[in-house]
Ligand binder design. Structure first.
Ligand code: NAP
Length: 188
């Protein structure tokens, strides 16, 4: 019954993994994902350092980052799973930690040397994910512009502008970036 066996064979879904902190999600990330979408059926997007928020380097919560990403990808012809991944203190166990939180995937896209090393050691196929116009499309540069009152909106998808406005993200970033205020409040 080789014919039947052949017919019942399901198409293998080509599902990949891509992780970032997305503080915030920007046009560089969007371009990377739209390039990846040409090569895969489904993409698991890991929100790294999910436990962090309300700091100058990590102003947005995992939930806010989910909103930014899900809304920005609405028009992209790609099935995605956006999953928060908290950091753990043991790098050697990190891939197993990721696997415990995500649908199975066969390969990972990253430029992060540590992430690349950990996935390679766990026998995953690791692929390079080129970033575009890196000097502008950078989370650090966008957070700097938010603090300086400069135009950051042009560097992110419109959906991200809406989310940042909805949660009053620039006001939050300004407040958590103030130095010395906590000390003066505690002294008082
Ligand atoms: P990241 O800390 O978010 O980003 C590091 C830098 O790489 C940022 O400047 C980022 O820019 C940049 N970057 C991101 N994607 C890029 C690309 N395609 N091309 C060029 N530069 C790029 O690190 P990540 O690799 O994006 O995310 C890794 C996440 O995994 C982190 O949250 C990390 O904590 C987590 N992790 C945890 C463990 C553990 O818990 N033991 C181990 C390994 C990794 P933008 O700011 O513009 O995105």
């Amino acid at each position: 019954m080789a014919g039947n066996n052949h017919k019942s064979k399901k198409k293998q879904i080509n599902r990949a993994f891509y992780i970032g902190r997305f503080q915030p999600f920007h046009n560089g990330h969007l371009k990377v994902i739209s390039e990846i979408s040409k090569d895969v059926d489904e993409l698991v997007i890991g929100i790294g350092s999910a436990q962090l928020s309300h700091t100058p380097e990590n102003p947005f919560t995992a939930g806010e980052r989910i909103m930014m990403i899900s809304r920005s990808l609405e028009k992209l012809d790609l099935y995605t799973y956006v999953i928060p991944i908290s950091d753990i203190y043991r790098n050697a166990l990190w891939v197993a930690h990721v696997e415990s939180m995500t649908p199975p995937f066969s390969h990972a896209y990253t430029n992060n040397p540590l992430v690349s090393r950990l996935f390679s050691e766990a026998s995953y196929d690791v692929r390079y994910s080129p970033m575009y116009n890196r000097s502008a499309f950078s989370g650090t540069e966008i957070r700097r512009r938010m603090l300086a009152g400069e135009n950051w909106q042009q560097l992110v998808p419109p959906a991200v502008v809406n989310v940042v406005e909805e949660v009053r993200g620039v006001e939050r970033l300004n407040q958590v970036s103030m130095k010395g205020d906590i000390e003066s409040v505690l002294e008082y």
